[in-house]
Structure formats: structure tokens, C-alpha cells
Design a protein around this ligand. Structure first.
Ligand code: HEM
Length: 396
């Protein structure tokens, strides 16, 4: 794992300059605003077939619907293979802007708006299909962290369907079509829906903001080389080469108490400026933070407890963050029910993600306002070749 944080910042600078954003490879502008050409963008498509599944290195879209399913009690390798053939076929159609096979609302399919459909396998699926020996080593529930207040209704799952797109109607249509495919094989366990800025809201290359107002997604892999190093698995197991692991954490934000925090304290919590996301030691978003810098009083400019210091020195390795905001309004007690659907895509969660999460659980100012309430892990198979289906290397 030779990629450093400085390199990830460097790649980002390219994106910020617009030189490689939207370069067509579907890689360069991940987590940054995608150019909106004049006129309707509903016809824009992303490829379903390829070495890797879309929806991971794809420049981030405005909407997401993550659905986890529990496989039925009578599921086995043959039935899961049938399901994945069906799902892959419909996903390829929908991403092309064509109706699903049994689509009664075919007009809803005609504006895919960069729809991507990405499949993942939860830890138990490998037992169900009798292939426990083919489970990637980090495809297991995450360890317990002291900050967790996990709820069953946002956690676990045997099968994941991640649907992202720039149009909410297209995402909703695809979700329902694919749910119909699963109906006789599995039941929905949870649905997490999220959003980012609408496409075209900001200049291309702009990093989105989360609901705490912070620029979120600066330090991330962006170039194909960085994705090869950080995100795509090289195996074992053999069938997983070109796939990636995904940890989804639903993180509630206490926005009501955050409202009472001064701007200076908000900036110290992360270690970056609110206005432009620049590190407190720098001038621009993609400047490398100087963790050794001290203020006139001798105290570190970026606090020992700041999120970026803790995350950067957490002993893990880089991974891709491609999260979405959620907002369900006020709960029964009147408190704001909003937060972040945090996603970490990594070749190996145990060595890249878990050490960072452990360090943040031990100490991070952000923990005063954030609480993980859901946690799931999935193995996202490599992409399917034209005419093939996702998961064929495991199930075929
Ligand atoms: C709701 C919860 C969270 C919020 C609001 C949040 C917010 C942020 C922000 C604003 C940044 C700085 C800009 C950037 O590089 O993107 C950042 C950086 C980062 N965050 Fe988080 N984060 C959250 C949870 C997490 C979790 C759970 C992890 C991992 C377990 C994590 C890992 C990181 C990493 C690795 C960086 C880059 C650090 C660096 O190298 O500078 N974050 N986060």
C-alpha cells in the first residue's frame, strides 16, 4: 500500500483545477461535482459492464438508495445465481436508459441521469451458498466500537443493492424494479436514502458538503493508479480480483447541539476551515495539513483531538469515502433526525478501515456530535464482462 495522504491530496488538486475531472474514464472526478452540460442531462449514462462495478469510482451522483436484503430460508447457490443473473440483466438495461424486463412504467426508465447499480454480498451469503472458503477475509461484521449505538434496523444484510443517480425519480424507479426481482428470493432488511448537492449547483471539481456544513471528501483516491492501490482487491480469493469491500455506517449527527457551537470550535473539531475546507495551517482545500505547526501559545494549530489529525494518524491506510447525507426531519421528541450515510470502500477493511475507526472511537472531537447507529459490511464483486453477470466468478 504505497499511496500516502499527500498523494491523495495531490490527485485532488488536479481535480480541483478541472484538468482531469469528467475525463470520461469515470474515475477522475469522484466525490466532486460533475459538469452539467447545457440542456437536459437525463440521457447521460454510466457503463454497467466493465472490469469494476460502476458506482464506486464513478463521480459522485446527487442521490443514493442503499437497500440491504435478507436471503430467504430456502436460498442456496443456485437460487442466488438465478437472482444475480436477473438483477444484472435489469441493472444493465436500466443504466442504459431502457426499461427493465417486466417494466410496466417504461417511461420512467428513459432518463437514467448517470444511474449506477452496484451489488454487494454480506458475510452470511457465503455460508448460504456453501462457499465460506471463498469469503474475502474482511467480509465480517466490524468489531464493536465504544462509540457505537447500533440499531438492528440499520445494520447487517446478506445482499446490498446500491443505486446512485442524479435524478431522484430514476433512482426510485430502479429501486422498485430491482426489488421486484428480489421478491421471491429475499426480503428488504433496510433502506437508506441519501443526497448530495444537485448536479450543476457548483463548479465542476467542487467537493460536496455534509449537513454539519463541512467540505467532506477532500482526501480521497482519484486517479486509476490510486484506485488500484487503495480500492480494488488483487485477491485472494481469486473471484474477488477487481472487487472491493464496503463498510456502511449510518452516523447520526446531533445538529441541535452542533447549532450551539461557535465557528472557531467547529473548525477546530475538524482541523479545517468552514469557508473552503482548507486545513487550519493552509490556504486552500488541497494544501497538505501541517500537523507539526504550533500557534503563538505553543499549542498545535490543528488540535490533538481534531478529526483530520486522528483520522490521518490512525494507523490504517487510505480508502475511498463516498458518503451521502440523510435527513428525516424531526423525531417524535422533536430532535433533528439527520446525519451521514458513511461509506468506506477498501481492498481490505481490516487493515485499511478498522484501525482508523478504532482510533476515532478512542478519541475524536467529532464524537461529541456524531453517533454510529448502523453498521454493515459487504463484498462488492468485480464488474461483469458484456453478456456476463455480477458474482458469476463466485456463483457460476
Ligand atoms: C458523520 C461523521 C463524519 C463526519 C461529519 C466527517 C467529516 C470529515 C471531514 C469534514 C473531513 C475533512 C475533509 C476531507 O478530507 O474529507 C474528514 C476527513 C476524514 N475522515 Fe471523516 N467524518 C466522519 C466520519 C468518519 C469516519 C467514521 C471515518 C473512518 C472511520 C472517517 C475518516 C476520515 C478520513 C480518513 C479523513 C481524511 C483525513 C486526512 O487524511 O486528512 N470519517 N471527515
Amino acid at each position: 500500500m504505497g499511496i500516502t495522504r499527500r498523494q491523495l491530496l495531490g490527485g485532488a488538486a488536479l481535480g480541483a483545477g478541472g484538468a482531469i475531472v469528467g475525463a470520461g474514464a469515470g474515475v477522475a472526478g469522484v466525490n466532486a461535482a460533475t459538469p452539467a452540460p447545457p440542456g437536459p442531462t437525463g440521457g447521460d449514462t454510466e457503463p454497467f459492464y466493465g472490469t469494476h462495478q460502476s458506482g464506486i469510482a464513478t463521480p459522485v451522483q446527487a442521490h443514493a438508495a442503499f437497500t440491504a436484503f435478507d436471503l430467504d430460508a430456502d436460498a442456496d447457490r443456485a437460487s442466488v445465481a438465478r437472482l444475480m443473473r436477473l438483477l444484472s440483466d435489469d441493472a444493465a438495461r436500466l443504466m442504459r436508459g431502457e426499461p427493465a424486463l417486466a417494466d410496466l412504467d417504461e417511461e420512467l426508465a428513459h432518463a437514467p441521469s448517470r444511474l449506477t447499480i452496484t451489488f454487494g454480498f454480506g458475510p452470511r451469503l457465503f455460508d448460504v451458498i456453501g462457499r465460506a472458503d471463498k469469503r474475502p477475509s474482511s467480509c465480517a461484521p466490524l468489531p464493536d466500537f465504544s462509540i457505537d449505538a447500533l440499531q438492528e434496523r440499520w445494520s447487517g444484510g446478506d445482499l446490498l443493492i446500491q443505486i446512485c443517480g442524479d435524478d431522484r425519480v430514476s433512482v426510485a424507479h430502479a429501486r422498485r424494479m430491482l426489488w421486484k426481482d428480489t421478491e421471491s428470493f429475499a426480503t428488504q432488511r433496510w433502506l437508506q436514502q441519501g443526497f448530495l448537492d444537485a448536479r450543476g449547483t457548483h463548479e465542476p471539481g467542487t467537493t460536496p458538503r455534509n449537513l454539519m456544513g463541512q467540505v467532506d471528501g477532500t482526501v480521497n483516491p482519484r486517479t486509476p493508479e490510486e484506485f488500484d492501490e487503495v480500492v480494488w482487491s488483487g485477491g485472494p480469493p481469486d473471484w474477488f480480483v477487481g472487487g472491493t469491500m464496503l463498510a456502511i455506517r449510518r452516523i447520526a449527527m446531533d445538529l441541535d447541539t452542533w447549532d450551539a457551537v461557535s465557528r472557531a470550535d467547529r473548525e477546530n473539531t475538524i482541523g479545517r476551515r468552514l469557508t473552503d475546507g482548507a486545513p487550519l495551517t493552509g490556504d486552500a482545500e488541497f494544501d497538505a495539513p501541517d500537523l507539526a505547526a504550533e500557534g503563538p501559545d505553543g499549542a498545535p494549530v490543528i488540535s490533538d483531538f481534531a478529526h483530520i489529525r486522528r483520522a490521518a494518524t490512525g494507523g490504517g491506510a487510505p480508502f475511498l469515502r463516498r458518503g451521502y447525507n440523510y435527513d428525516l426531519g424531526q423525531d417524535a421528541s422533536g430532535r433533528t433526525d439527520a446525519g451521514h450515510i458513511f461509506t468506506a470502500y477498501a481492498a481490505d477493511l481490516d487493515t485499511q478501515f478498522v484501525p482508523v475507526q478504532q482510533t476515532l472511537a478512542d478519541l475524536d472531537l467529532l464524537n461529541l456530535w456524531t453517533t454510529p447507529i448502523g453498521s454493515s459490511v459487504f463484498a462488492l464483486p468485480p464488474g461483469a464482462p458484456e453478456g456476463g453477470w455480477v458474482g458469476e466468478g463466485l456463483l457460476g
